[in-house]
Design a protein around this ligand. Structure first.
Ligand SMILES: Nc1ncnc2c1ncn2[C@@H]1O[C@H](COP(=O)(O)OP(=O)(O)OP(=O)(O)O)[C@@H](O)[C@H]1O
Length: 387
């Protein structure tokens, strides 16, 4: 009898040539999250699943694996020899570890290994009868059991009664790298999470405007990166000193265009950093119509200055839906701390809601865009943030 975790990953996405690459990325990430609890963790890829052998405490393993993108299910299992006596005894042990008294159960056998002499229904019947005759307080219910005991007969037999859902998605890094514009708000950490979940390695960029915004606002973004790093491993955060650029923009553009000008400047800087860092896309937390700067026209004006795609995973989401995800992934409580970022400090009284692109160009005429972008890039501070 040996303990292990059976880890299933999303099969549809993992078909074709990319599969070995996806599996390698996933295996690496699993190793990375278990190693702090057990340096000797062993992983084995078998039949489109990963077997994880570790002595680490179960709660730690479950907690760590629940944050690994690409994992669909984690089953803490016990393995035994392919003979019915061993299977019956092991199944009984697995049931005894549960809080079983007064509950119902069902045995569900799969037998990919056809050389095993008993068919699945026979295994179900024999194991079920054995359990019933050895413990009291448990009944069978094949339709809606409290405990479902899975038996898989393969090169060995695996028995488990728990299926812990993973986050799904694709392993981090397998679809490339993007730069995410991360403010301290509720939306951009959620947008970042959603793109990470699609297998993208993220380097966030934050535009800091001290003293218009406090240093606590910067720390808040670092704290958000710590939470996000829990899903991806170490995160490289770029903090841009945006104060001088902001002053120039404030001085040289009509007030109603302030937000759109700030956003265009942020995207230009992010675009340059992305190029330098080998990233192929930008990410923002915009959602259509949420505020004046998130109209189609404003979004078009922002897109115009980017050389690469801007991913906006929240574009069709309501605020309530975004808040729900923020709570689930653990960023909400940090995001609602009251340290505003520059976009909420510099809000024009009457922002231009549907700016025509020619008006935007005109409003930008008196700004030395190249100079401001270089200035922002020169002053960048890098933080390597770990969970
Ligand atoms: N200071 C900043 N640093 C980095 N990115 C920013 C900053 N301010 C805004 N952004 C980016 O621009 C997007 C839109 O910002 P805006 O303030 O209009 O919207 P929001 O809905 O309040 O977003 P959030 O909740 O993410 O702050 C943000 O989601 C983020 O991607």
């Amino acid at each position: 009898m040996e303990r292990l975790y059976l880890i299933s990953f999303g099969e549809i996405a993992l078909k074709g040539e990319n599969r070995p690459f996806f599996e390698r990325m996933l295996t690496q990430r699993i190793k990375q999250v278990i190693m702090p609890y057990d340096k000797n963790v062993q992983l084995k890829n078998v039949h489109g699943r990963i077997y994880c052998f570790t002595q680490a405490p179960k709660e730690k393993v479950a907690e760590a694996l629940k944050k690994v993108f690409g994992i669909v299910y984690i089953c803490p299992a016990v393995s035994c020899e392919n003979n019915i006596e061993d299977i019956k005894n092991t199944a009984l042990e697995v049931i005894k570890e549960q809080d079983y008294y007064g509950k119902t159960f069902k045995v569900e056998t799969r037998r990919p290994n056809k050389s095993f002499p008993l068919k699945s229904p026979e295994v179900n019947a024999q194991v079920g009868a054995y359990i019933l005759s050895n413990i009291e307080g448990l009944k069978v219910n094949v339709h809606d059991p409290d405990i479902r005991l899975d038996i898989e007969i393969r090169e060995k037999t695996f028995i488990y009664s728990e299926k812990i859902p993973g986050p799904g998605g694709l392993p981090i890094g397998c679809t490339g790298k993007a730069i995410s514009l991360l403010s301290g708000g509720i939306d951009s950490p959620v947008a970042t999470y959603m793109i990470m979940k699609r297998g993208v390695e993220i380097e966030p960029i934050y535009f800091h405007s001290f003293p218009f915004t406090t240093d606590r606002a910067k720390e808040k973004v670092i704290d958000l990166c710590k939470v996000l790093a829990g899903y991806s491993g170490k995160i490289r955060l770029h903090v841009v000193n945006f104060t001088e650029a902001l002053k120039e923009i404030g001085k040289n553009t009509p007030e109603e265009f302030l937000t759109i000008m700030m956003r265009r400047m942020m995207v230009r800087v992010a675009d340059k950093i992305a190029e330098e860092r080998g990233a192929k896309a930008l990410v923002t937390g915009e959602s259509l119509g949420q505020v004046a700067s998130q109209t189609m026209e404003a979004i078009a004006a922002t897109n115009e200055v980017a050389s690469m795609p801007i991913f906006r995973p929240l574009i069709g989401f309501d605020k309530i839906e975004i808040m729900d995800i923020a709570r689930k992934i653990g960023t909400y409580d940090i995001s609602i701390e009251p340290y505003a970022d520059c976009c909420s400090v510099f809000v024009p009284k009457h922002p231009k809601i549907r700016p025509a692109i020619c008006e935007v160009h005109k409003a930008e005429e008196d700004i030395d865009v190249e100079k401001l972008v270089s200035m922002c890039i020169e002053g960048i501070e890098i933080f390597d943030v770990t969970p």
